[in-house]
Design a binder for this molecule. Structure first.
Ligand code: ADP
Ligand code: ASP
Ligand code: MG
Length: 819
């Protein structure tokens, strides 16, 4: 005979009861079935809340009516769907239970407390309704069935609300129960009785345990736990994308996983089934054809050192410390005795080797009680300062890695902790089970989901995520979005999930928890958004959506955005940008950016600030790291000026050339930044700083294309119109150069520490003679590269190459790229 347990998630409505009927009858007709049922979905939570409201003296009528509607609703619907279903008897039964419940709640409200015995009775109401409904369904189909009341059969001891079954005594009581294909047994889960015959419960989520007890008591050959997922996964499938279904788990592995929070199975379940060697299958009511996960003594053929990861939230950690602890025999046992006498269960213990302190974790609901008990028990030691005031740290979580094979493999703990570091999680305490089957870290609970996600990614999937937020969607920004949109699928094939979660401009911010659809519509949605960009809003979004690798891409030219990079990195974001403003502020800020990046383990990447898509910064940094030194530098650093000066040679005027360059997207949004020489000066300053020179922007000697007496005020359009007045000046300058066989180039140089940008006339032998039409060329003369310099040359302007360079930087934020 098989035991088949169905949880609340399988019993949400009338439809589900009928599904459960189909599944159980099929098995019953083959092998005989003993069915254990939970309350319908949400009912125990509602009952628990009703008790809390009554204790607090609050109005609970609305919730009470909702509960009544849920229960009656299931019966009424079954009456429609199932001919012969005795709804009247059930409605009368529910009415009777609810009347008693109401009576109890009123009593609780009057005395402002609910004795545990009463609470246990109230909480188990849903299970009784559930089995009676189900029995009605089975009877309507003409099958014999028998409701087993655990109060008569299952003996348990301990707390009214969290008891442990005495399987041996209970087993004897089952002697008179018929087993086999004749009568289907139906038992409410979660309930038992103490030795006084009073109703107790087995702890929240305890119906799984009831199934295991029943399986042991009737010598069942299999215990099936039917729920709403296909089996046990290596992480909660409802929280971790890409969680993998496990085919088999050993009892011990299942025990550790569930003990440390995998809700799919109550940890107490394992005791009876392991002791009686009963195989246990976790299966899905909504997908009965799935084979499920087998929990038994059999290890899986698919060997992995780590089986899964789970987390427990609502944890409080206590730290008992003080000089009185040192070497004092029995201190630990006194601490734990106090806690155990309070019927409080401890999830994790760590002790420092100096014995100076003991830390342990318990569920937060028991925290205040535990503190009071400890303070009372150690009153003397506290008064005499042998103990420091007992420290209580709340809002914690325990993240645990589980697997039988863990003891055979080295380096797992290191990988676990570096994964937590990668998620920027602070570790409060660590513990390793003596079986070496689990490693746990106590962390702040608001980081738990992120932590599980990152650890899962590092241990079980090769999937790396990049969670991008774009600020500034002008030419480069929009181009970047189209490039990302085109590449997303290919990247996913290479195990990189790059999603853009936010897009902002100076007016609005668009955020989408599932990632923004980049193909179309984002611009309209951004236009309609009422939200505006602020770092706290982004931080909250990252937190709420448990994003583990957030990157801000600044495609603006704004100083105001650049000013926030330090805060952004502090808040956990990598920063990627083609914006030169941050790197060209004062040296203090330049140094602070690097220091903050290092401290926060975030990346600050700005490859496109010099030479757009050309790999300039990266190469220069590598040379310097390798001990090389810059001797001299010269280069055409501006794609727009390269284009404009090339066009001058072809006979175009300065104003025409500028207009075309702007139309092609080669210039900065405001071409004055290019023609003033300021943009090139910023690039040269970055080159100088990357080479180790401590320079400020005012140290760069700038020869502007715009003479001092030129009026460059007004709008961009006015400026372009006025530029015509300079055309003859440049025509003449060019003619003079051409007479000497030279061309004009706008060149940046660093020589003997002097940084200069300006117009140079170069002859045909000069390497920059041929560099035009938007090309950049950078000649790095260094100790290693001489007499022939290291030259980087190629297109250095335009939205496409710049965006591609930014894209490459974004990809460099992936964790494995950082190692
Ligand atoms: P039931 O009502 O059937 O008892 P529960 O809600 O108690 O169902 O347990 C099932 C839930 O357990 C799943 O929906 C899933 O979100 C959660 N869960 C947590 N960890 C795991 C895991 N490792 N594998 C499968 N499910 C898990
Ligand atoms: N109905 C009980 C609860 O919600 C027991 C269970 O579902 O396992 O805790
Ligand atoms: Mg459950």
């Amino acid at each position: 005979m098989k035991v088949m347990k169905f949880g609340g998630s399988s019993l949400a409505d009338a439809e589900r009861y009928l599904m459960v009927k189909d599944i159980t009858l099929q098995t019953h007709l083959q092998t005989g079935a003993a069915v254990v049922l939970s309350a319908p979905k949400g009912v125990t939570n509602a009952l628990s809340l009703l008790v809390d409201l009554a204790i607090a003296g609050k109005d609970y009528q609305e919730l009470f009516e909702k509960l009544s509607m849920t229960l009656n609703g299931i019966v009424n619907e079954l009456a429609i769907k199932l001919p012969g279903f005795d709804d009247q008897r059930l409605l009368a039964y529910i009415d009777e239970l609810l009347t008693e419940l109401h009576h109890n709640l009123e009593g609780i409200r009057l005395i402002h407390c609910s004795p545990d015995a009463v609470t246990a009775k109230i909480l188990s109401l849903g299970e009784y309704v559930s089995v009676n409904i189900f029995s009605g369904v089975i009877s309507a189909l003409g099958h014999d069935n028998l409701i087993i009341d655990p109060v008569r059969y299952v003996l348990a001891e301990g707390d009214y609300l969290d008891s442990i079954a005495d399987v041996a005594v209970s087993k004897a009581r089952f002697d008179d129960v018929p087993t086999g294909k004749g009568t289907m047994l139906i038992m409410p889960g979660f309930v038992a009785a103490n030795d006084k015959g009073e109703k107790v419960t087995l702890g929240r989520n305890g119906s799984d345990y009831s199934a295991a007890i029943l399986a042991a008591c009737i010598d069942s050959d299999c215990c099936e736990i039917w729920t709403d997922v296909d089996g046990v996964y290596n992480a909660d499938p409802n929280q971790v994308e890409g969680a993998v279904l496990l085919d088999k788990l050993t009892y011990q592995e299942a025990m550790e996983l569930s003990y440390f929070g995998a809700k799919v199975l109550h940890p107490k379940t394992i005791g009876p089934i392991a002791q009686h060697h009963i195989p246990c299958l976790i299966r899905n009511t909504l997908n009965p054809s799935a084979p499920g996960t087998l929990i038994s003594n059999e290890p899986s053929e698919v060997w992995t050192s780590v089986k899964g990861i789970s987390h427990l939230s609502d944890i409080t950690m206590f730290n008992v410390a003080g000089p009185g602890m040192k070497g004092m025999v029995g201190m630990a046992s006194r601490v734990f005795e106090v806690i155990s006498n309070g019927n409080i269960s401890i999830s994790l213990i760590t002790q420092s080797s100096s014995e100076y302190s003991i830390s342990f974790c318990i569920h937060s609901k028991d925290a205040n009680r535990a503190l009071a008990l400890l303070e009372e028990a150690f009153k003397l030691e506290l008064a005499n300062q042998l103990l420091e005031p007992i420290e209580m740290r709340q809002e914690l979580a325990i993240v645990t890695l589980v697997g039988d094979g863990m003891r055979k493999v080295k380096g797992l703990a290191a990988k676990f902790f570096s994964s937590l570091a990668q998620a920027r999680v602070n570790i409060v305490a660590i513990a390793q089970g003596s079986s070496e089957r689990s490693i746990s870290a106590v962390i702040e609970s608001h980081k738990a989901r992120e932590a599980v996600k990152v650890v899962h990614q590092n241990f079980f999937s090769n999937l790396h995520t990049i969670d991008a937020f774009l600020v500034g969607c002008g030419t480069v920004g929009s181009e970047l979005l189209s490039q990302i949109s085109r590449q997303q699928k290919q990247l996913l094939n290479r195990n990189i999930s790059l999603k853009v979660y936010g897009i902002a401009n100076s007016r609005a911010l668009l955020l989408r928890p599932g990632g923004i659809e980049l193909e179309n519509g984002w611009r309209d949605q951004l236009g309609q958004s009422k939200q505006t960009l602020s770092l706290p809003v982004l931080e909250e979004f990252v937190q709420e959506n448990s994003l583990v690798n957030p990157v801000i891409i600044d495609c603006t030219t704004s100083t105001q955005v650049a000013d926030q990079y330090l805060d952004m990195m502090q808040a956990g974001f990598h920063v990627v940008t083609p914006n030169k403003k941050a790197n060209t502020k004062g040296m203090d800020f330049y140094a602070a950016l690097r220091e903050t990046a290092q401290k926060t383990r975030r990346q600050f990447l700005y490859e496109t600030t010099v030479g757009a898509g050309l790999p300039v910064i990266d190469n220069l940094q590598k040379l310097i790291y390798a001990g090389d030194e810059l001797v001299r530098f010269e280069g055409i650093l501006s794609g727009s000026l390269s284009f404009i000066f090339g066009k001058l040679e072809e006979g175009l005027s300065l104003s025409e050339a500028t207009r075309i360059a702007r139309e092609k997207g080669y210039t900065e949004p405001d071409p004055r930044d290019d023609l003033s020489g300021m943009d090139v000066a910023r690039k040269l300053l970055i080159m100088a700083r990357e080479s180790g020179l401590q320079r400020e922007l005012q140290d760069i000697e700038i020869e502007s294309i715009l003479p001092d007496d030129f009026d460059d005020s007004g709008s961009v359009q006015t400026f372009l119109d006025n530029l015509v007045t300079l055309d003859p000046v440049y025509q003449e300058l060019l003619q003079r150069a051409q007479q000497e066989g030279k061309v004009l180039r706008y060149v940046g140089t660093i020589e003997q520490g002097q940084c200069k940008v300006g117009i140079q006339a170069v002859d045909s032998k000069h390497p920059l003679y041929v560099v035009k039409d938007g090309e950049n060329a950078l000649a790095i003369h260094s100790h290693y590269y001489q007499p022939i310099p290291f030259v980087i040359r190629g297109y250095g302007a335009g939205a496409a190459v710049t965006a591609a360079g930014v894209f490459a930087d974004v990809l460099r934020t992936m964790p494995w790229k950082q190692e």
